[in-house]
Design a protein around this ligand. Sequence first.
Ligand SMILES: [Zn+2]
Length: 347
Amino acid sequence: MANAPEARASDTYAMADFASVRKFDAHVHANADSPAFLEQARADGFELLSINVDYPAFPPVVEQHAIALKQAAADPVHFHWATTFSMQGFEGAGWAAATGDLLAADVARGALAVKIWKNVGMVEKDADGQLVMLDHPGLEPVIARIQALGVPLIGHQGEPHNCWLPLAQMSTDNDREYFGNHPEYHMYLHPDQPGYEDHMRVRDGFLAAHPRLRFVGAHMASLEWDVDRLAAFLDRFPEATVDLAARMAQVQAQAVREPDKVRDFFITYQNRLLYGTDLTQDPAGDPEAFKRAAHAVWQSDWKFLATGEVQRIETIRADVAGLALPRTAIDRIYYGNAARVFAPRED
Ligand SMILES: [Zn+2]
């Protein structure tokens, strides 16, 4: 065919394709009552999934919820949201039923998923004073309700592997900065708490007990440090997908050491990976500065995943060559998988 060489040349995308390719950021936090996030998303060709989360450093969940409803009403094409629930009153009379009713109401108002955060596993205690892990029987009625609603559960359990290391031994500066600022979550300092493998074992046991639950492992299911481990997880749990939010540097660190292995992983599991960033618009921040930062993150990730260009990644202090993934894989990771995973479904 006359156009065969041209077809080969266009097997991958270029930087110039960035804005025009349909994309979905499956993990952001639009915490400001501001049009800036949506403006930048539209300019860069992104839809957003803003995830409400009961995080003490974020505005209260009721505020996040109100902002989500307002932005979804303003631009339902580009703005989507995931709800969450409070652990306040856990195990109390009526907590599970009331929580399930609130989640059902949120799904009826357009929530595409439910987030369960790392406070389950790291912070919340039950009536016996024990940490509430993901497999706690008190959570079971809520999990069953989520499955019946037909929406995925986005689970952030455990932390990056670095969390159990001293700051100096962490593999990325962003982890060093986060855990330096949040010693309460830096588990190296809390050896009495569950270890990394404890979190992974409980989460995996929970998924084995819920084979039909649609599960999105936030932050690469805390297996960001080893694509082999993540591959084994995805093989074991066919209903699971993972988002890449806030863990690209760990992927890049592996890609510096073993580029072919990391590229093969992305191609093999291209149906199971959701592009995401964890970009968070702080209500106190400057909206224009946020837009520039979001654009820079999105462009850097595109350069790494879609092109073969080399860029400096300061957080791992390395020059990183892009994976130059095929267009078909990019289209799935950046859009198709999210469209499938977050589409409402009767279970
Ligand atoms: Zn997040």
